[in-house]
Ligand binder design. Structure first.
Ligand code: GRF
Length: 194
């Protein structure tokens, strides 16, 4: 059995995207991945409870220097941002260049960048009268939601959708494509690059 790729997951909130990864590791869909650390920017994030229940080492780190220290201590080779609400420092981006991925709840390059996160994304999509939205897994670089796209999937916007009903539909797709995006990042790492 080849060595599993060590993955750290950065979170700030409920952790449903983290849970999707935990479940897919457990059921063998992500059999070449080991989640070695969950690092939260907030001590009250339910994502920490999800990690603890799965026996994954957790840490709370508010400052980017602390985040970097935890990442290095964990031996993580790939970093996944899953509902992480902080901007990573240039030092972390440089240390893990082309090895950090993020899940964003829109079809990048639409409805992304500064100020477009969570419910704000879905509100803007509905106000613009879009007939479709979706989710995107992308590499993280120094910009906000500007790194190379790994994969994305469309989701219909239905008549009568509220930001909440659209968010719930997009979140389901996030859970599916985050694991597939992580697999591609693992394969790219093993092949020696992006
Ligand atoms: C969700 O809005 C999701 O679109 C974004 O982060 C938020 C929380 O996700 N990626 P999670 O439930 O904490 O994974």
């Amino acid at each position: 059995m080849s060595e599993k790729t060590k993955v750290a997951v950065l979170v700030s909130g409920g952790g449903t995207n983290l849970q999707a990864l935990i479940d897919k590791v457990a059921d063998g869909q992500l059999d070449d991945v080991e989640i070695v650390r969950v690092i939260s920017s907030r001590e009250d994030a339910f994502a920490l409870t999800r990690a603890e229940k799965a026996g994954i080492t957790t840490a709370v780190a508010r400052e980017q220097q602390e985040v970097l220290k935890e990442l290095k201590a964990s031996g993580a080779e790939i970093v996944v941002l899953a509902g992480y609400m902080r901007v990573l420092s240039p030092e972390i981006i440089a240390e893990y260049r082309d090895r950090i991925i993020n899940i964003h709840p829109s079809l990048i390059p639409k409805y992304c960048g500064k100020g477009f996160y969570g419910m704000r994304v879905h509100k803007a999509v509905i106000e613009a009268g879009e007939k479709e939205s979706g989710a995107t897994v992308h590499y993280v670089d120094e910009g906000v939601d500007t790194g190379a796209i790994i994969l994305q999937e469309k989701v219909p916007v239905l008549d009568g959708d509220t930001p909440e009903t659209l968010a719930a539909r997009v979140l389901e797709t996030e859970h599916e494509i985050l694991a597939r995006g992580l697999e591609r990042a693992v394969d790219n790492l093993k092949k020696g690059g992006k």
